[in-house]
Design a binder for this molecule. Sequence first.
Ligand code: SF4
Length: 316
Amino acid sequence: MKPFTYERATSAAQAAAAVAGKPGAKFVAGGTNLLDLMKLQIEKPTHLVDVNTLALDRIEPANDGGLRIGALVRNSDLAADPRVRRDYGVLSRALVAGASGQLRNMATTAGNLLQRTRCPYFYDTNLPCNKRVPGSGCSALGGVSRQHAIVGTSDACIATHPSDMAVAMRVLDATVETTRADGATRRIPMADFHRLPGDTPHIESTLQAGELITAVHLPRPVGGTQIYHKVRDRASYAFALVSVAAIVQRDGTGRVALGGVAHKPWRVEAAEAEMPSGARAVTERLLAGARTTPENAYKLALAERTLAAMLAQARS
Ligand code: SF4
């Protein structure tokens, strides 16, 4: 691990200013992803601003009838919150599907959104990776790509975003609350929070330098049958090959978002008009323009079949 300096934040604005004013500075909270990346010298921050001191660990009712989830709320606490389990079941289920019990006890809401890809080439510092070293090339193109993205990809990167929680937040129309270095706050819709790779896959969100996530807002509950189903290589502690977050209403209408298929949680609202027609019609629109490799083309059928099973479960 490279040497770094360390400070404890005293306020959200102070933390944002501290990171914005120092090249190479980063926030640290749960550290479940960052510390691993530092040990591998993939992340090499020169300064860490510890935000665990900030009072951002509460889940509170919001004025619009929704919930405000503090950035430091641990994944296990969020999954177990009675209001989340009652009104946002898709989120509770997605959280429990992620990582392991120990990791969920440490990982925070904000950190979950900002975790890095699990593309194996990103972690192998002997091989080219545009996300790790911009301009070096992409080893997954022409390499082992069974777990990689099939939509929203570019010639520079075909990595997926690993979060389960973010897929559920996308289907719930969550917004991300932030504080910037000048103290100004803003709300970013989940749809706009994560970026597609384009030719800058190392830039993964629309956060500005030093911008600190302070909360995630869930809008008022929408009801319906809420299901999260994650298909993976083993029953626990594995990332999604394909995951589906769905909210199905009594009349057959609903919402759907996919994980494991793109550089961000994948939702195409226009495809949801096809929900009453069934999974094939939805996934044809949802995954239109997919660009697959021989190793990951199976994800097209897997997404359709997973959604079909979930729609059948919702109707039963
Ligand atoms: Fe790197 Fe992205 Fe290519 Fe993986 S898919 S090797 S993360 S550039």
